[in-house]
Ligand binder design. Structure first.
Ligand code: PLP
Length: 429
């Protein structure tokens, strides 16, 4: 769709424009494979000389249309769906990082991503340095090494709600000749477009606000097309030297700005195969059609909940980047002036035990691993998502042991607050 449309319009109509007589709604191409009359044409598809579909592990029209919509929302030049957010972050890295390489990541990030970098990718021979994203630029400089290949952070970290200074991270990454990869799951492109601030690649767990209804696991990788791989050719040989598995094709030469996503599809997805199913992509698309309506409502409700908690005698601390006085309020005003996200984190007087009693007493809010969907949900990261981390790692990830992650839904704000109120009373008993 053309650039002139606003995000609301892209949410509804982006990615799929039917021709006369075709289905008005994006069809589910529930087919693993695609038929050709001519063997040579199939050969050309395999050689990446011609565009087209042949096998749904590599590309599928339903998935492509949804990837295109997310790409338009982010203002990117190419995108790919994956089966989960985990696959998106892994593939985004693995497309440019090999054994013997090093990455720099903000320490406060999603627990799964933290495990991916510090445990699983470490086993593959990739080293990671976790940094405090609030540290001064001179301090962060020290994390880079000659073999550093990428820098990573989350726009708003899950669950610590640390707002990333994207421009600072982009400056550092670019000074060291590496791309900045930003996980934009919590802010969504409705509230923040990291490419406008210098990020090169954006990832999403579409499982969260994009789907919004807790029905379909998924991920997405979007490339801005702005990083100049050729200018740092020796650092990124996978993109700038011949790929023997494609008869010596050089991605940057053959595809220019499309090099990163083409390699991701032709090589990483071909070999590892965590493709999103067309059915999930269809469900994700339904979610995307109301993203621009849901996200502001999540933020409005979260603001009310945060303000209520801030003035509550049972609460020991509350963190929400939309609250004036919050540690990240100014950064949030800069990077996401229309709102941040629907997640509020806080601690209760009485510590861990009080938190657990509070959660058990909620009636409307439900204890689920999930976050960022239409229904209010709650979780205690130290006992749930982050339970693999020891106390030191918890602190590094910005997760206090008494932190309650309260994902404010789009129900009536008064009902949500009344539920919190009654659960706090019950927790005292
Ligand atoms: C949930 C989440 C992920 C992982 O996504 P899955 O879809 O659960 O695999 C990655 N990053 C962030 C910020 C998340 O919230």
């Amino acid at each position: 769709m053309e650039k002139k449309f606003h995000r609301e319009t892209i949410c509804i109509q982006g990615g799929y424009t039917p021709k006369s007589g075709e289905a008005r709604v994006l069809p589910i191409y529930q087919s693993t494979t695609f038929k050709y009359d001519d063997s040579d044409q199939m050969g050309r598809l395999f050689d990446l000389e011609e565009e087209g579909y042949f096998y749904s592990r590599l590309a599928n029209p339903t998935c492509d249309a949804v990837a295109k919509k997310i790409c338009e929302l982010e203002g990117g030049c190419g995108a790919m769906l994956t089966s989960s957010g985990q696959a998106a972050n892994f593939y985004a890295m693995f497309n440019i990082v090999n054994a013997g390489d090093h990455i720099v990541s903000a320490a406060p990030i999603y627990g799964g991503t933290s495990n991916l970098f510090t445990v699983t990718m470490k086993k593959m021979g990739v080293d990671v340095t976790l940094v405090d994203p609030d540290a001064p630029e001179e301090e962060l400089e020290k994390a880079f090494r000659p073999n550093t290949k990428a820098m990573f952070g989350e726009t708003i970290s899950n669950p610590a709600l640390v707002v990333l200074d994207i421009e600072k991270f982009a400056r550092l990454a670019h000074r060291h000749g590496v791309p900045l990869i930003v996980d934009n799951t919590f802010a969504t492109p409705i509230n923040c477009r990291p490419f406008e601030w210098g990020a090169d690649i954006v990832t999403h767990s579409t499982t969260k606000y994009m789907d919004g209804h807790a029905v379909a696991l998924g991920g997405c990788i979007v490339d801005s097309g702005n990083f100049d791989w050729e200018a740092h050719a020796d650092r990124f040989p996978g993109l700038t030297t011949p790929d023997e598995s494609y008869h010596g094709l050089v991605y940057t030469k053959a595809f220019g700005k499309g090099a990163y996503i083409q390699k991701l599809t032709a090589q990483i997805m071909r070999d590892l195969g965590s493709m999103q199913s067309p059915m999930n992509a269809f469900l994700l698309n339904l979610g995307l059609e109301t993203l621009h309506l849901r996200v502001p409502r999540h933020c409005e409700n979260a603001q009310k909940v945060a303000e209520f908690l801030q003035n509550n005698e049972n609460v020991s601390w509350v963190s929400y980047p939309g609250l004036p006085g919050d540690r990240y309020y100014e950064l949030a005003q800069k990077y996401m002036p229309d709102g941040t996200c629907g997640v509020v984190v806080f601690g209760l007087k009485g510590g861990r035990e009080a938190c657990v009693r509070f959660m058990d007493s909620l009636k409307l809010g439900a204890i689920v691993t999930h976050v960022a969907d239409a229904r209010t949900s709650v979780l205690h990261p130290a006992s749930h998502t982050h339970r693999q981390l020891n106390d030191e790692q918890l602190v590094e990830a910005g997760v206090k042991p008494d932190l309650i992650r309260f994902s404010v839904g789009i129900e009536n704000a008064g009902d949500i607050i009344a539920d919190i109120q009654q659960a706090m009373e019950a927790a005292k008993a």
